[in-house]
Design a binder for this molecule. Structure first.
Ligand code: CO
Length: 142
């Protein structure tokens, strides 16, 4: 069902400083920077590697305001790993199959994620404390 680790989401207070850390330490390059207003974040995707299963990213997340999920996370836990995103081929099918196992779905239906992907979050309380995201990448053009 899961095709790869799509990205690791990391909460940060200062997106520019976090980007500088990842580019200078690991030589990563920024693929996209976007604001996701419904999720209350400004985020950057930095490409880690390409493989036949697809590209993996580090996703750096800076809250737009304190009263957002990532803003509350930073207040409670400080900077660090926020969630893990796994690639799936068909997010609707994956959500139905995972929901049938009893894991609670934060998103019953997919919503818009980074770079045109369809995403959905699964409840961390049912997954050992790990906020988990499913990612169906935007179909490639052509
Ligand atoms: Co994510």
């Amino acid at each position: 069902m899961l095709t790869r680790i799509d990205h690791v989401g990391i909460a940060c207070r200062d997106l520019a400083a976090a980007i500088a850390r990842y580019t200078s330490t690991f030589g990563l390059t920024v693929t996209s920077i976007e604001v996701n207003e419904p999720q209350g974040v400004r985020e950057a995707m930095l490409e880690v590697s390409g493989s036949p299963a697809g590209t993996s990213y580090v996703q750096l997340l800076e809250p737009l305001r304190p009263d957002t999920p990532v803003g509350r996370f930073l207040a409670r836990r400080g900077e660090g790993v926020h969630h893990v995103g796994y690639g799936v081929a068909d997010i609707t099918t994956a959500l139905a199959a995972i929901g049938a196992t009893g894991v609670r779905l934060i998103d019953e239906r997919p919503r818009h994620g980074s770079m045109g992907a369809s995403i959905a979050f699964l409840h961390p309380a049912d997954l050992g404390g790990v906020l988990t995201e499913l990612v169906q990448a935007r179909p490639t053009a052509g």
